[in-house]
Design a protein. Structure first.
Length: 223
């Protein structure tokens, strides 16, 4: 029992890189093993409850980015595929945006990685706070974020994405005694009859982002 308690306490201090489907199988196998232990039923139930709690916590960690608390790249891969297939099957609107912090390397090089982490966390919060609860926000990697805007046409996606750009531009970023001006470039794309895969949707948004960054930054381009 003490070993389980220690594992639970340590779970929040590590980054997990275990696929969720593997965690599901581990949980199922452990519950079967405990059910056959020659111990009182009350003890079995207590152990199973603790393992289920630890499993839920660990599974959550395997899907989230430890710095920002947003969903991670792994969860994006599976979620995007599901949302894309749903959009195509039911002819629903689906838009995707890739958001990149402008000149982020310069921030790291000038003020250090602690400042960079601060900018990433603050930007992540602004992104999460700008969109609807039905939209899904991910840290894509480095200084890039992805937002899946469910049931959203290109025209309707433009409104919150432009609002996000302005929110970040106008935000008061302050690290130690330094005021920092941060902007983002955004590329977006939507599912249409020519979009053949989830990967193509993401690629289209990436192309729009490339155009935004190479035409001055701090702007939104929709593919």
């Amino acid at each position: 029992m003490a070993d389980i308690d220690e594992a639970i306490n340590n779970a929040g201090n590590n980054d997990f890189d275990i696929p969720p489907e593997v965690l599901d199988e581990i949980q199922h196998n452990i519950e079967e093993i405990i059910a056959n232990f020659p111990v009182p039923e009350d003890n079995k139930l207590d152990v199973i409850k603790k393992i289920n709690f630890m499993y839920s916590h660990t599974r959550h960690l395997s899907l989230t980015d430890s710095l920002t608390g947003l969903y991670n790249r792994r969860h994006l891969d599976s979620t995007l595929e599901c949302e894309f297939l749903r959009a195509k099957r039911y002819n629903n609107n689906l838009s995707l945006a890739v958001i990149d912090i402008d000149f982020f390397k310069k921030v790291n090089d000038t003020y250090g990685h602690l400042c960079g982490d601060y900018i990433l966390k603050e930007t992540a919060y602004i992104i999460y706070d700008t969109f609807r609860k039905t939209d899904i926000v991910f840290r894509y990697g480095g200084e890039e974020f992805v937002v899946l805007l469910t049931e959203t046409s290109p025209e309707n996606a433009k409104i919150p994405l432009e609002r996000l750009r302005c929110n970040i531009q106008n935000a008061k970023f302050r690290f130690k005694d330094k005021n920092l001006n941060i902007t983002v470039s955004i590329g977006a794309a939507s599912v249409n009859e020519d979009t053949e895969s989830a990967g193509q949707l993401l690629d289209n948004a990436d192309k729009a982002l490339y155009e935004a960054k190479n035409s001055g930054r701090n702007k939104l381009i929709i593919f």
